[in-house]
Design a protein around this ligand. Structure first.
Ligand SMILES: NC(=O)c1ccc[n+]([C@@H]2O[C@H](COP(=O)([O-])OP(=O)(O)OC[C@H]3O[C@@H](n4cnc5c(N)ncnc54)[C@H](OP(=O)(O)O)[C@@H]3O)[C@@H](O)[C@H]2O)c1
Length: 150
């Protein structure tokens, strides 16, 4: 059984992820975070049957899970310490935002403007691709996934 944590559980991608993972026999959701709804039950926020309690980011411990999903808006500064803390705790990271998908700082700046990333984070990230083929995830432990899949 894989234990997972979800950061940004009350957004579009977070709630879809919970819908999928809740039905997965090999996955247990260890924690789910929210910002404005922290402290509430997920079922109080969405019409969904769930006893999952939403926590603030600072209240959860990534060392208690095998893998975290980060479902925060792209370029959110809080994403970086969340990823760093999860990797340091030994959890793998799947990032839904496009913050770390683009390696080249110039391309990033042209597309996204201000670059919030710290270069020290980049070497551990591996790249998802549109054919679902991923290399190095087990070794590097950090995967920004693409928006467009086929
Ligand atoms: N990979 C894909 O296929 C795909 C598809 C769609 C979107 N995306 C990307 O996935 C990411 C999430 O998108 P979304 O539409 O699900 O976002 P969203 O609906 O805006 O939800 C973001 C979630 O993160 C929380 N949050 C926002 N700012 C935060 C902060 N500073 N600290 C802690 N929590 C914070 C929000 O809580 P509050 O509601 O309380 O603010 C909410 O739970 C985006 O980067 C988007 O570009 C990816």
């Amino acid at each position: 059984m894989a234990r997972v944590g979800i950061y940004g559980a009350t957004g579009y991608t977070g709630i879809e992820l919970i819908n999928v993972l809740s039905r997965h026999p090999g996955v247990e959701i260890g924690f789910a975070t929210a910002r404005s709804a922290a402290g509430q039950l997920l079922s109080e926020v969405f019409p969904i049957i769930s006893d999952l309690r939403l926590a603030a980011v600072d209240e959860v411990d990534p060392a208690t899970v095998d893998l975290v999903f980060t479902c925060l808006p792209h370029n959110t500064p809080e994403l970086i310490p969340i990823v760093q803390r999860a990797l340091a705790a030994g959890a793998k990271v799947v990032d839904f935002s496009d913050t770390f998908r683009i390696s080249d700082p110039q391309v990033y700046a042209a597309r996204r403007g201000k670059d919030i990333r710290r270069q020290s984070c980049l070497p551990r990230r591996c790249t998802g691709c549109q054919s679902y083929t991923v290399s190095g995830f087990g070794r590097r432990g950090w995967l920004p996934i693409p928006v467009v899949t086929r």
